[in-house]
Design a protein around this ligand. Structure first.
Ligand code: ASP
Length: 454
C-alpha cells in the first residue's frame, strides 16, 4: 500500500514544541498516513519518563525506590498530571476531558499486580495519542484516533511482556481504511489480550506497534523518528565527528548495536525484514537529514561500515586435557550458564581449552557457584577469569570479499603498540571481533576508526 508508517518516540513527543515538529513532518509528505506515538519522554523539568512515573505510581513508589531514585508515588502522580495539563495548555487542546479521565484511571484501585501495572503503563501512550490527535485535528488534519482496544491489537502471554498475536494483522488490515480518514494515529506500546484486558509489550514497545502496522498494511517504508540522525559508524560519544551510515542491512544493524547504543527495538525489525519493508531511522529535530535506511540487501560499496564496542565483558577460560574429544562438553557447559541465567557471547575454542565471553555484570554474586558447578560437572583442570575486557566488532557485508581488512585492523593496533586479548571471526564472515583490555578500548576504537573508516 502506498503509505508510510511513522513512529515517534518519547523524545519526539515530550513537549508541545516537539509535537509541533511532528505535525510539520507529517504534513510535509502526504504518504505519511499512519502515526504511532510513545508516551512523553524526559524533558527539561522531568528527569524521568512518564512511563516510569506511571509504573512508580502503580507500584506505590517501588519502581523508583529499587533504582534508588527518591520519587514517591504521590510525586509521580503530580508529575503525570502536570505533564498532561501543560501539554494541553501549550497545544491549546481542551484539557478537561483528558485530565478528568486520566485522574479517574490513576485512581483506579480495582486492578492488582501485573494487571494493574500493565494498565497504568499504557496510560502514557493512551492519553498522549488522544491529545496529539486532538491537536492535529484542530489544525486541519482529517485524522482518526485508532485505539488498540478498538481495532484489536491483540497480545498474548504476559500482561507486561505481551507478544503480538497473528490476529492483530488481520484486524489492522480490516480497520484501517484510507477512504474514511486521511490519517490514523495509534498509541504505541499497548494492546489487549484475548479477555480484552489491557496488556503492554516490553519497554520501548512502541517500535513494535509501528513494525506491526507497517507489516500488516504492507507499507512502503517504516519511518522511526527519534532524536539522533541515524545509526553512526562508530559510537559518537566516543568519537566526535563520526558519520551516520546511510544504508545498512538488517544483519549489519544487529551486529553494530551494542548496549547503550541501541536505536531500535529489534523485534520490530523481524516482520519488516520478512516482508522486505525498509526501516528509516530519522531525527525529529533534524528532518532534513535522510537518516539511516535499513534494508534486506544493499550493494556493498565498501568493506567496513561500522565498528561497535562492548565494554565490561569477562572471559572465563577453561582448560581440560582432551576437551575437544569429549562429545557434549560444550553443550553441557552452555547449559550450566543458562541455568545461572547468564547470556554467553562468543566462545573461542581449541583442543584442550575454551573461553566463554559474558557480560561481567552477570557474574556478580554468581561466579563462585558457577565455577564450582563447572568443576563438579565437567571435571576441568583449570578455570580462570579475565575481567574488564572490551570487544570491538568490525562490521560490513563487504568484509566477506576482503579478508585483508583483518590485517589492516591488526596492523593499525600494532602500530600503536596495542596488544589484543582475543580474536574471533563470525561464521558469516561479515564481522570480526577483537578483545582488548578495557582501559585501552577507547583508544583502540579511535585507532581503528581513523585507519579504516575516516
Ligand atoms: N513508553 C514506553 C517506554 O518508555 C514505550 C515506548 O516508548 O516505546 O518504554
Amino acid at each position: 500500500m502506498n503509505v508510510k508508517v511513522c513512529k515517534f518516540g518519547g523524545s519526539s513527543v515530550k513537549d508541545a514544541s516537539q509535537i509541533k515538529k511532528v505535525f510539520n513532518i507529517i504534513k510535509s509528505d502526504e504518504k505519511r498516513k499512519v502515526i504511532v506515538v510513545s508516551a512523553p519522554g524526559r524533558d527539561d523539568t522531568h528527569n524521568e519518563k512518564i512511563t516510569d512515573h506511571l509504573l512508580n505510581l502503580s507500584t506505590d513508589g517501588n519502581h523508583f525506590c529499587e533504582q534508588k531514585i527518591e520519587v514517591s508515588a504521590k510525586d509521580s502522580f503530580d508529575a503525570i498530571i502536570n505533564k498532561f495539563e501543560q501539554l494541553c495548555k501549550d497545544l491549546k487542546v481542551d484539557s478537561k476531558p483528558i485530565i478528568d479521565s486520566l485522574v479517574k484511571d490513576l485512581n483506579n484501585n480495582s486492578l492488582k499486580g501485573e494487571k494493574r501495572n500493565a494498565f497504568f503503563l499504557s496510560r502514557g501512550e493512551h492519553y498522549n495519542a488522544k491529545l496529539i490527535t486532538e491537536f492535529m485535528r484542530k489544525n486541519g488534519l482529517n485524522i482518526k484516533l485508532m485505539l488498540p482496544e478498538d481495532f484489536g491489537f491483540i497480545l498474548t502471554s504476559e500482561y507486561c511482556d505481551g507478544k503480538v498475536s497473528k490476529k492483530t494483522h488481520k484486524n489492522i488490515s480490516e480497520y484501517f481504511n484510507f477512504e474514511k480518514a486521511d490519517y490514523y494515529l495509534v498509541p504505541g506500546f499497548y494492546g489487549i489480550n484475548e479477555d480484552k484486558e489491557i496488556s503492554v509489550m516490553s519497554r520501548g514497545g512502541s517500535d513494535l506497534t509501528g513494525g506491526e502496522l507497517a507489516y500488516a498494511l504492507d507499507a512502503d517504508i517504516y519511518e522511526n523518528w527519534t532524536d539522533t540522525n541515524g545509526v553512526y559508524e562508530v559510537d559518537p560519544r566516543v568519537i566526535k565527528g563520526a558519520n551516520v551510515i546511510p544504508r545498512l542491512t538488517f544483519k549489519e544493524l544487529r551486529l553494530l548495536s551494542s548496549k547503550g547504543f541501541n536505536v531500535f527495538h529489534f523485534n520490530a525489525m523481524l516482520n519488516c525484514k520478512k516482508s522486505k519493508i525498509p526501516i528509516n531511522i530519522r531525527n525529529t529535530n533534524n528532518p532534513e537529514h535522510e537518516g539511516t535506511l535499513i534494508l534486506n540487501e544493499r550493494v556493498p560499496m565498501e568493506d567496513l561500515v561500522g565498528i561497535a564496542k562492548l565494554d565490561n565483558m569477562a572471559a572465563i577460560h577453561l582448560q581440560k586435557d582432551m576437551l575437544a574429544d569429549e562429545i557434549g562438553f560444550t553443550a553441557e557447559l552452555l547449559k550450566i550458564f543458562s541455568e545461572f541465567g547468564i547470556n554467553t557471547y562468543h566462545y573461542p575454542t581449541d583442543r584442550d581449552d575454551i573461553s566463554i565471553l559474558v557480560d561481567q555484570e552477570d557474574l556478580k554474586g554468581n561466579i563462585n557457584n558457577l565455577r564450582r558447578e563447572i568443576e563438579r560437572r565437567l571435571k576441568t583442570d583449570n578455570i580462570y577469569v579475565t575481567y574488564n575486557l572490551a570487544i570491538i566488532t568490525l562490521v560490513g557485508i563487504g568484509l566477506r570479499e576482503n579478508a585483508f581488512a583483518i590485517v589492516d585492523a591488526i596492523t593499525a593496533l600494532k602500530e600503536e603498540n596495542m596488544s589484543f586479548e582475543m580474536f574471533d571471526m563470525s561464521p558469516s564472515k561479515i564481522s570480526f571481533h577483537i578483545g582488548v583490555s578495557q582501559n585501552i578500548s577507547d583508544i583502540a576504537l579511535e585507532t581503528l576508526y581513523k585507519k579504516m573508516l575516516s
